[in-house]
Design a protein around this ligand. Structure first.
Ligand code: HEM
Length: 658
């Protein structure tokens, strides 16, 4: 593979000077400062061209993911055009249902039943929401939001998607999203989200609704004041520096490094300190508590995607080794949190600080400390739920944003070069300060644009708790709604070259893009009263980490990288049902279905279960803010620099299946 060279100045003059023109050398034992960089004019980075991505500056060449996506889009478009997904329903149903609805409660019930049986939705009067029904195959075997995008292009900003007895409203229209999230937010709850997350987050801020949510939001938001977020910049810098050192070491040892998990550890270390002043130090080593956090996360993932709640089966739940491990993990987390709460309470009692709006203990600026110092009158259980919620909300989201940003940077070398120029100019070799971060405008645009293309999560979930009108259609109570942020962020009507990673679409001198100035066409942090409380925190965290990594490393696809696996996974394919059951399930009850001798009816039943299983698995990946698209493994390798420096390249090697 050819080697391209990006030169930002006269290399030979710098190469002769000391220190050498490479800042990828050892990072200065135990110090936070990086090796002194050469003058900006003399910097030079080498880039290896990737065997599986062209990197032509604009589009990055053919992308197997996009190609597979296009192939599927074409396939699905043909099926949609054939009418396979359009449930017409007999013409007499709507008027009859409307007449029945006028006959009081029994009539309303009959009307709802009739509409349901005829394939209609909850609304029984007025115009019908366009609906897509049909085989789950079209939306299975690939990330859930991809076919939703195709359906959006056909059916518009609001349509109903029926999965057997279950139906969902899919919203991709900014005005409707604004109505649900902001203007009439009181009419909507978190619905399925709360049900699924109850296990890990209890009544923490994300799943909570009603009065509990109002009280907890009022307590937590003030903790994330300007002074706190500013103090966090130092924490982001130190954690990112630890990551850089780890990569340095891996590079000098010639090891491959899986970057997604490193980003996950980076953000775990950050959020532990930021929320309850606990140093997981997961970048340095695996300890019991780090493992316990991941055991709990994976268990929650499994529970929400398993068709059979084995963890509720009497006796089994007590003897299953898996459940035992989970219970132990939960007990350890709870014990650790209780200890942290107790220690923090003591500190608050002993300290001599007056509580005020921007209260912050310099030694422990954590959210927990703020809450306790504010006199927040709350049970230990609620406090634990809040802490656990913040831990999860602020951990895997930021890790996923970093992973996708570096994936994009590896595919768009022109963006990477511009980014590195900005970082060189603004940051030099310092740990970033708040002033630096404000000046890193292009870096911020890179994050803004990465969040547009890969929003975390790609759908927001709500359930109507009152009747309402959406896009001119009446909807009833109890409608489960997915607001597709993915569709909003890629709508061809709103965005030029919607699929292209183009940070320049956001002017540097313009305001930071958000849901307000983009009129709900862009909502990476949601909108309305339930907007993310950590938006500034997360933006600064990802900007700092990105800046610190790109100033030391170049990122590109590995020359010998296998092509990125397509979005498709084999796990939901009706033709391969038997393998599927074996492949996807870790659940003995489900595995018992994998009996090749089963009869046709059993087989259909099993396939239905697998479909539901897979649906919830995908659903969970939206909900649980983790691995929403694919795992991306970024690998680091050393590369002999022509000037005999150990020049480090981070190489994108593969994206593995979910
Ligand atoms: C890049 C990283 C992040 C992204 C993309 C992100 C995205 C989001 C989104 C889209 C929502 C709205 C969910 C909904 O309306 O259903 C949300 C809510 C929330 N986020 Fe974040 N978030 C990030 C980081 C963080 C961090 C670092 C924290 C905490 C320090 C945090 C805490 C929360 C909380 C507590 C909520 C629930 C707010 C409520 O319901 O009142 N997030 N986040």
């Amino acid at each position: 593979m050819a080697t391209t060279t990006t030169t930002t100045g006269n290399l030979s003059s710098t190469a002769a000077a000391a220190p050498p023109p490479c800042r990828f050398l050892g990072s200065g034992q135990g110090q936070l400062r990086l090796p002194p960089p050469p003058p900006a004019a003399g910097r030079r980075r080498l880039l290896l061209r990737c065997s599986s991505s062209g990197g032509n500056g604009k589009g990055g060449g053919s992308d197997p993911v996009l190609e597979e996506q296009r192939r599927r889009q074409a396939e699905l478009a043909a099926r949609i055009a054939s009418g396979e997904f359009t449930a017409q329903g007999p013409a007499w149903v709507a008027p009859l249902a409307a007449s029945l609805a006028k006959l009081g409660p029994p009539g309303e019930l009959a009307s709802a039943l009739l509409t349901k049986l005829a394939g209609g939705g909850a609304a029984s009067r007025g115009p019908e929401i366009p609906q897509a029904v049909g085989s789950l195959r079209a939306v299975s075997g690939q990330a859930f939001f991809i076919p939703l995008y195709d359906l959006f292009l056909i059916y518009g900003g609001i349509f109903r998607l029926n999965f057997g007895p279950k139906s969902f409203l899919i919203v991709s229209d900014p005005a409707i999203a604004k109505h649900i999230l902001r203007d009439n937010s009181k009419a909507y709850s978190k619905g399925i989200l709360a049900e699924i997350l109850e296990f890990v987050m209890g009544t923490g801020l994300i799943p909570a609704d009603g009065e509990i949510w109002r009280v907890r939001r009022r307590a937590i938001v003030p903790a994330m004041h300007q002074k706190y977020v500013t103090a966090m910049i130092g924490l982001f810098g130190e954690a990112s520096d630890r990551l850089c050192k780890k990569l340095d070491k891996a590079a000098s040892d010639g090891e491959d490094v899986e970057m997604e998990s490193l980003f996950s550890r980076l953000t775990l270390d950050v959020i532990g300190k930021a929320v309850f002043n606990y140093d997981f130090d997961s970048l340095s080593y695996d300890n019991g508590i780090v493992e316990a956090v991941y055991v709990t996360l994976r268990e929650a993932e499994m529970r929400s995607t398993s068709p059979i709640p084995t963890w509720e089966i009497p006796i089994w739940k007590d003897i299953s080794p898996r459940q035992k491990k989970v219970n132990e993990a939960l007990a350890l987390i709870n014990k650790t949190l209780d200890e942290l709460i107790a220690t923090c309470k003591r500190l608050v009692e002993e300290e001599d600080l007056q509580f005020h709006e921007e209260y912050m203990n310099e030694q422990d600026p954590s959210i927990l400390h703020f809450l306790l110092a504010s006199g927040d009158d709350v049970s230990s259980k609620q406090l634990r739920d809040d802490l656990m919620t913040m831990l999860i909300a602020g951990h895997e989201t930021s890790a996923a944003v970093l992973t996708w940003t570096f994936y994009l940077l590896s595919k768009y070398p022109n963006v990477m070069a511009k980014l590195q120029d900005e970082v060189d100019t603004v940051l030099g070799d310092r740990l970033p300060t708040i002033e630096d971060v404000k000046k890193l405008k292009y870096t911020t645009r890179v994050i803004n644009e990465s969040l547009r293309l890969y929003p975390q999560p790609p759908v927001l979930i709500r359930r109507s708790i009152e009747e309402d009108m959406l896009g001119g259609y009446p909807i009833g109570r109890g409608e489960d709604i997915f607001i597709s942020v993915w569709n909003l962020h890629r709508c061809p009507k709103h965005w030029d070259d919607a699929d292209v990673f183009n940070p320049e679409r956001w002017p540097l001198d313009g305001p930071n893009p958000n849901e307000i100035n983009q009129n709900f066409s862009y909502l990476p942090f949601g909108g309305g009263p339930r907007k993310c409380v950590g938006d500034m925190f997360a933006t600064f965290e990802t900007v700092v980490a990105t800046a610190m990594l790109v100033r030391r490393f170049d990122f590109q696809m590995a020359p010998a990288a296998p092509p990125i696996e397509a979005w498709t996974t084999a796990r939901l394919n009706l033709q391969q049902g038997f393998q599927l059951a074996k492949n996807v399930s870790t659940d003995p009850v489900v595995d018992a279905w994998s009996d090749a001798t089963m009869g046709e009816k059993t087989c259909i039943l099993r396939e239905m279960i697998l479909l539901i299983d897979c649906f919830f698995r995908d659903l969970f990946q939206f909900i649980f803010l983790r691995n929403n698209y694919k795992h991306i493994d970024l690998y680091i390798r050393t590369h002999a620099h022509p000037y005999k420096c150990n020049h480090t390249h981070i190489l994108l090697l593969r994206a593995s299946a979910l």
